[in-house]
Design a protein. Structure first.
Length: 280
């Protein structure tokens, strides 16, 4: 019997601008991704609908996310000590993305992150702030960094379509603790997005902070299992000579949340997200 399924009202932490009017920034101080920000959060209680039983209603090209149910070798990529075998993980992720993402012709997986609420299991915790992983400028920087300038410039010259897609799935299903909430792309307006500089020791990237808007439509997938994964579009755009120009407004705001019906004593959430540059 489901214990944490169904629509719920829960708190999400939205962007609020710096009180001194300065440019928003997050200074990364640790390899785990923790750091110091110069802006506050705006906690808001929102309705988060459960897509369980409606998995086929959501399309990557329209909503920016897709719920995939398929037996795969992904569980085999997680060793008994909790470490990830990328020699198993990455080829399987590539196969699944090519299968489920329309018009994809080339996949480049540039990193992955495991997260857990259990102390000591992973240095990275579920991210509670509402955000989008990449801005257009950040995607351009990632192309240069991961593909090399020659390859990136070749994509630029032919106006290639580039997508940055996260593949998210649980490591200790079912997910009862801190599930992931994500907003339908159509309900998140450009004027609600704010560039936030992520300052690393060797580079500066960008994410979008997301301001609260009553028109946003939030979803989650209750009690995710071993054969279930989420595809989340962080960017979908076309490379033009003058830089990045978004071909569609498909980009998914997301954040973890404390589910109000999570029973005491359940296993802490552990998950993994794999980040893919998708060409085509």
């Amino acid at each position: 019997m489901s214990t944490t399924g169904g629509d719920v009202y829960a708190t999400l932490h939205f962007f609020s601008p710096p009180t001194d009017g300065s440019r928003p920034q997050f200074l990364v101080t640790d390899p785990s991704g923790t750091g110091v920000r110069n802006y506050p959060h705006d906690p808001q209680v929102v309705l988060i609908r459960d897509l369980r039983g409606r998995e086929g209603d959501f399309k990557l090209e329209k909503h920016g996310f897709a719920a995939i149910q398929e037996t795969s070798s992904l569980p085999a990529a997680i060793r008994s000590d909790g470490c990830v075998d990328i020699n198993v993980l990455y080829p399987e992720i590539e196969r699944l993305v090519l299968k489920h993402v329309e018009s994809s012709s080339r996949i480049f997986i540039f990193d992955h992150t495991t997260r857990s609420t259990k102390p000591g299991l992973s240095p990275c915790k579920p991210v509670r702030k509402v955000h989008i992983d990449q801005t257009p400028q950040a995607v351009k920087l990632r192309l240069d960094r991961h593909l090399g300038k020659d390859d990136a410039n070749a994509l630029l010259r032919r106006h290639a379509r580039i997508r940055l897609i996260n593949v998210w799935f649980p490591l200790n299903p079912p997910v009862l603790d801190h599930p992931l909430a994500f907003a339908s792309s159509e309900s998140v307006y450009d004027e609600d997005l704010v560039e936030v500089d992520h300052i690393y020791p060797d580079r500066t990237g960008q994410t979008y902070g997301v301001k609260y808007n009553t028109k946003q439509e939030w979803w989650y997938w209750s009690e995710m299992q071993n054969d279930e994964m989420l595809l989340l579009t962080c960017f979908d755009g076309v490379i033009k000579d003058e830089g990045m120009e978004a071909s569609q407004s498909v980009r998914v705001a997301h954040a973890s949340f404390a589910h109000p019906l999570t029973p005491e004593g359940v296993a802490e959430r552990s998950s993994i997200e794999v980040r893919c540059l998708v060409v085509g």
